[in-house]
Every structure is written in structure tokens, then in C-alpha cells.
Design a protein around this ligand. Structure first.
Ligand SMILES: [Zn+2]
Ligand SMILES: [Zn+2]
Length: 511
């Protein structure tokens, strides 16, 4: 059960325990990082005191109390009986699949001429597979993926990464560069904070056995790990392309930098899904995931902040085909050489694109302990190819993912009700979504609850219930004080412009 605004406050201990879990499950998203490889094992019991979050992380959800539902709003909270539309009393726990919403995503192809390209026909096959997977695994059969166009990676990164300078300015000091800033030079306090999400023992388990004896403190782990980070980047920089150029040559480095991709997605407004053939180097040294650094130090896909996009509310995804199509043995996925060309595209569609959309659209985190049907399984020993084969052998949805899918279903239904002008129903569905959303989501839980609360406020405003609308906005702003849309809607209501809100496109889209 999610902490709806009505659910009261969680105890410190419960909140602490949750943080530890979320820190592991959602680490890539809390941090703006992406899918960088198999994940760390489940952490030990939560510490009594939380380490402060690294500066690049948004506020940790669990340190903030759940959004309080304004007491004056309706007098009935989610789950109680009086709802104008009757939905809250009538709704069943799991609705039929056809009740899931429609979503149309814009896709953009971004190619690096140094690597085998993603052609439009390959993209068609990859996207068809992603769609089939989301239908089979999450019961979501009404997704449309439309390729809008594409460009070279030079043009894409060039147009977007530095478009708003704030992003690169924030991340540049944390970035590793071959023969430039080393991982060991990044602020040790940030690295220490990042690593303290896990126990020393579970971190040490990622190191070669011979080295483990000395790894008895975070400082020892950090210095060994960062030295390995630097070695790995140097190794990759030594690889040569057929033209003799380094894989990380100065004029190509930004195009292949995860930091630049984070900023490009944050600034762009072209697409909800970017499909690329690029090698994306994991170069964010403030978040040295041991499994990435001991593996290939690259990113296969990520669900990232993209504030101007609305189809998946404020998020966009990138997915890279690189490790499935490259001839460089170091980067090739295990088992890829045994696959026919068509099967490679299926692996990409399922294990990279659909998996990332599971994060972005359904707010599902990575899981390590779900049944073999699970699309979101991320295990150290599971590569793309073996993971795809596991899914083929175990078709159908993962029951353990169902609470996330059910919660999202209410958001889609709210969207549909809103399209039909049924504002009471939309409000009821949104309140159910707030109540049912599990706390361990992909991304920032508190931000997500505030987003849904703003949509509730818009519903009340459309019904002319201004007092209720303002109370919900206040609740949203209490947990996310700089929520841009809450501020905007509040301003327009206080300015008496309720018509403006009624006519405005729903903020959440099919989020
Ligand atoms: Zn994942
Ligand atoms: Zn699952």
C-alpha cells in the first residue's frame, strides 16, 4: 500500500528501513543514473541514522512524511466510502487488462557513424518487440511507439547537452575523463555517501577475492574502487576503431559520455524514447557502482529526468543497441554471437527498451527476488541474452509486479475520465493511485505523489471547488516546495483564472 495523503505519518524506524530498500532498488533513478548493469545484492538491515543524500540526488523520499491530504478538502480520504463517482467503493483490486490506458510515445533515432547503425527497419522490429513484451508482461497492449525522425549523435548531443548550462555545470566536477579528471580526484565525501547505502561486506563481495582482506572500511573500498574506475576508463580509451582512432578520442568523448546524455535528455523536447547505437561510457564518478566498474563501465539504457516531456510525465528513456551489435569483444553481451540478427533485435526490444519503459511508465524499480517471469529482474548473473531466454521460458506477467501495474492503471483511468470531462471520477482514480502506489518506485516517490496531487487539484479547480483545489496544491507544495506546476496552478487560481485551468491540457498526460 502506498502512503496516500491520508495514511498518516510513518514511524522513523519504518521510514528508515524503507530508505535502505529504495536506495538499492531505485538507486539509478534517485541519482539520475541509469541502467548500468546488474545490481548490488540486498543490503543489510537499515542503519538507525540515514546518511545525507549526495548532492546529485533529489531528496530521499522516505525522509519526508507522506503528503498529507488536506483535511478540509472533502472530509473523506482515499478508501473511504463517499466519492461522487462511486468509483472508490466499486473498484476491484485488479481491473481487467483493457482498463489499462493508451499511451503514444515519440521515438528518435540517434546514430554514431562509428558503430553499426539502428536503421528505421531495425527500429520497427525493436519497437514491435517492446510493445509485445509490455503487453505480455504488464498487460499494456495499447502502447504506440512512433518514430518521429532522427539525427547523428553529434547533432543530438551538440544541440541538447549544453542547452541549459546548469546541468553540465552541476555534473562536470563529478565526471571522469581519460587523461583528465580522475575518479580518485572526485570529492571523497560524495563517494562515501553514495557507498554508505550498502554495507562494507556487500560492497567488498564485488572485488576480486585476493583484495577483499583489506577492504574493511568505506574509505578502503572507495579508494580501491575509484582506482579501478580510472583503470577501466583508461582500458576503454586504449581500444581503437578500424580507423585507428581511440574509442574515447577527444572529439568523440562528449558524445559517448553518460553525463552528457543525462543533460541532453534533461534539456531535449524531441522524444520520449531515444534509440541509439552509441557506446555510452559510465563516467559519473560520484556514483561508482561496483558492478559497473568491475564490468564494462557503460550504460545500456536509462530512464531519466526530462522536464519538458509530458507523455511519460517529465521523463524520457534512452536505450542503446551498442553491446548487442558491436564487434568489440570487450563490450559484447554474453551469448550474443549465438543469436540470429532478428533475435538480437528481440533481445534489445525486450530487455533494454521494454525494461526501461517498465521503469519510466510503470514506475517499477529493478528487482532481484521476483519470479522468473519478471521483466524488471536485474541480477548480477543475468545478462541481456540469458535474461531474454529466461523470459521466453516464462511468459506472462510477474505477479509480484502487479501492485505497481494496478496503481498505474488508476492513473490511466483518471486520464481517460478527464478526457471525457468526468472530473469527479478522475479525482477518485487519482486518489486511488496515490493510495496504492508502492513506495519503492522508479524515481522519486515524493515527487510522484506531489505530481498526482497537482492533478487532483486541477480536477477540483475544473469542478469549481477552489478551496479543495488550493488545499491539494498546498499539500503538494508541502512535500515538494518548488513544484513548478503546483505553483503555476496556484497562481492561476488565486488570480481567478479557473477557466485557464479547465482549458489547460492535463499536466500529467498519461504519465
Ligand atoms: Zn532496470
Ligand atoms: Zn516482477
Amino acid at each position: 500500500m502506498g502512503p496516500g495523503p491520508d495514511d498518516g505519518r510513518v514511524t522513523r524506524r519504518a521510514a528508515t528501513a524503507r530508505l535502505s530498500l529504495v536506495a538499492v532498488l531505485c538507486a539509478p533513478l534517485l541519482s539520475g543514473a541509469g541502467e548500468v548493469g546488474p545490481a548490488l545484492p540486498t543490503p543489510p538491515p537499515a542503519p538507525e541514522t540515514l546518511p545525507p543524500a549526495p548532492q546529485t540526488l533529489p531528496p530521499a523520499p522516505q525522509t519526508v512524511p507522506p503528503a498529507p491530504l488536506p483535511a478540509t478538502a472533502t472530509g473523506t480520504g482515499p478508501g473511504k466510502t463517499a466519492s461522487p463517482s462511486g468509483i472508490e467503493t466499486a473498484v476491484r483490486r485488479t481491473l481487467p487488462p483493457e482498463a489499462l490506458g493508451r499511451l503514444t510515445l515519440d521515438v528518435w533515432l540517434v546514430n554514431d557513424p562509428d558503430f553499426p547503425p539502428v536503421t528505421p527497419s531495425m527500429a520497427t522490429a525493436i519497437l514491435a518487440q517492446a510493445r509485445a513484451t509490455l503487453s505480455d508482461k504488464l498487460g499494456f497492449g495499447t502502447l504506440e511507439l512512433n518514430v518521429k525522425g532522427g539525427e547523428s549523435v553529434q547533432s543530438f548531443i551538440g544541440r541538447h547537452a549544453g542547452a541549459d548550462k546548469a546541468c553540465l555545470e552541476e555534473l562536470e566536477p563529478l565526471r571522469v575523463r581519460p587523461s583528465g579528471r580522475r575518479a580518485v580526484d572526485v570529492d571523497p565525501k560524495l563517494v562515501r555517501r553514495f557507498l554508505s547505502r550498502w554495507s562494507v561486506e556487500s560492497l567488498a563481495a564485488f572485488f576480486p577475492e585476493a583484495e577483499r582482506r583489506d577492504l574493511t572500511s568505506y574509505d578502503a573500498i572507495a579508494s580501491t574502487l575509484l582506482a579501478e574506475f580510472d583503470r577501466k576508463v583508461a582500458t576503454i580509451a586504449d581500444f581503437k576503431l578500424a580507423n585507428g582512432q581511440s574509442l574515447l578520442a577527444a572529439d568523440k568523448l562528449d558524445l559517448r559520455s553518460y553525463v552528457n546524455w543525462i543533460c541532453a535528455l534533461r534539456n531535449q523536447d524531441d522524444a520520449d524514447l531515444v534509440l541509439t547505437n552509441e557506446l555510452i561510457l559510465y563516467d559519473l564518478a560520484s556514483e561508482p557502482y561496483p558492478h559497473s566498474i568491475f564490468a564494462k563501465c557503460k550504460v545500456g539504457g536509462a530512464s531519466l529526468l526530462s522536464p519538458r516531456r509530458r507523455a511519460i510525465y517529465r521523463r524520457a528513456v534512452f536505450a542503446s543497441t551498442f553491446s548487442m551489435v558491436t564487434d568489440l569483444p570487450f563490450f559484447q553481451e554474453d551469448g550474443v554471437l549465438t543469436l540470429a540478427a532478428d533475435d538480437k533485435l528481440k533481445v534489445i526490444g525486450t530487455f533494454i527498451v521494454a525494461h526501461e519503459l517498465g521503469h519510466a511508465v510503470f514506475k517499477l524499480p529493478d528487482f532481484y527476488d521476483h519470479p522468473p517471469q519478471c521483466l524488471m529482474t536485474t541480477k548480477y548473473e543475468t545478462g541481456y541474452v540469458s535474461g531474454y531466454r529466461d523470459l521466453l521460458q516464462h511468459p506472462g506477467p510477474c505477479p509480484a509486479c502487479q501492485p505497481w501495474v494496478d496503481a498505474k492503471r488508476f492513473v490511466f483511468q483518471a486520464e481517460e475520465a478527464r478526457r471525457d470531462g468526468k472530473w469527479d471520477a478522475a479525482i477518485d482514480y487519482l486518489r486511488l493511485a496515490i493510495k496504492r502506489t508502492p513506495k519503492q518506485i522508479d524515481g522519486n516517490y515524493v515527487r510522484y505523489i506531489a505530481d498526482l496531487s497537482v492533478q487532483v487539484a486541477q480536477g477540483y479547480a475544473a469542478l469549481g471547488k477552489i478551496k479543495d483545489a488550493l488545499a491539494w496544491l498546498k499539500a503538494a507544495l508541502r512535500i515538494v516546495p518548488d513544484h513548478e506546476e503546483a505553483v503555476e496552478v496556484q497562481r492561476s487560481i488565486e488570480g481567478g483564472a479557473t477557466k485557464y485551468i479547465e482549458n489547460k491540457e492535463p499536466a500529467g498526460g498519461a504519465n
